[in-house]
Design a protein around this ligand. Structure first.
Ligand SMILES: NC(=O)c1ccc[n+]([C@@H]2O[C@H](COP(=O)([O-])OP(=O)(O)OC[C@H]3O[C@@H](n4cnc5c(N)ncnc54)[C@H](OP(=O)(O)O)[C@@H]3O)[C@@H](O)[C@H]2O)c1
Length: 232
């Protein structure tokens, strides 16, 4: 796809990775809608704020109605509760599914007609290495990221008929609020946004943003023994 001259809708555009996507899309010549829960929280120059809570069907429908011409949808909004599946709060585990799985599903379905009307367009879903591997403390989130990965693959197959390209971004830690509590090397979200947009322009449907993503994907071929031995 060509970003210059396109119209993009980015969920969670006020901070973290979504903010970097929004800034860089503007810099590359796109018209950018920033989908945010609180429009007052969006201060990215040139980005048009649109209220959206991806877990609220009415809010998602209203956001799609308030926008037009969207040819690039970035499903970036994300939550992290820290709930483990064995003993975490079910409410938190459901929130992860509501945000990552049902949220991405709802927003993709709501914007699919606009994408179709603009030549098919592109969807980028922000996934994770945790779509492929899980750890205690991350398992509620990882289950939702796995579901979002399956959803991404299904949308790619099912929206091909309308000419929509569906891409996945897999990445390890990003230096954002979500994992501010983690003391480990993290990717610069600006770098990840830039390489992802480059990859979309090249037509990639699977973007492995760092060595963690490449390693975990390679370990999948060895089955769970290899995956969890390698993951420690
Ligand atoms: N951080 C990491 O290490 C990491 C690694 C791999 C993948 N990811 C993924 O990268 C994406 C961006 O995460 P981030 O690191 O930038 O996180 P972040 O800094 O915590 O930002 C999360 C964004 O999502 C928005 N959001 C959350 N729930 C929402 C909802 N129901 N409706 C609309 N917006 C909602 C937040 O809005 P508010 O400001 O209103 O809360 C915020 O803009 C997520 O999909 C995450 O799973 C993150």
């Amino acid at each position: 796809m060509k970003i210059a001259g396109s119209t993009a809708f980015v969920t969670g555009a006020n901070r973290g990775l979504g903010r970097r996507f929004a800034e860089q899309l503007v810099a590359r010549g796109a018209t950018v809608y920033g989908g945010v829960r609180n429009v007052a929280s969006l201060d990215v120059p040139g980005v048009i704020p649109v209220a959206i809570d991806v877990t609220d069907a009415a809010s998602v429908a209203a956001a799609a109605e308030r926008t037009s011409g969207v040819s690039l949808l970035i499903n970036n909004a994300g939550s992290y509760t820290g709930a483990s599946v064995s003993d975490g709060s079910l409410e938190d585990i459901r929130l992860e599914m509501e945000t990552h799985y049902f949220g991405t599903l709802a927003v993709s379905r709501a914007f699919a007609p606009q994408l179709a009307g603009n030549g098919g367009g592109t969807i980028l879903n922000v996934l994770s290495v945790l779509s492929w591997v899980t750890y205690p403390g991350y398992s509620g989130y990882a289950a939702a990221k796995s579901a979002q990965w399956s959803l991404t693959n299904a949308l790619r197959l099912e929206l091909a008929a309308q000419g929509t390209t569906v891409a996945a971004l897999h990445v390890g830690y990003l230096d954002t609020d979500m994992v501010a509590f983690v003391d480990a090397p993290k990717n610069d979200p600006a770098v990840v946004a830039a390489l992802s947009l480059d990859a979309l322009e090249e037509g990639s449907v699977e973007i492995l943003a760092d060595e963690d993503a490449r390693q975990v994907q390679a370990n999948l071929a060895g089955g769970v023994t290899r995956l969890y031995t390698a993951a420690g």
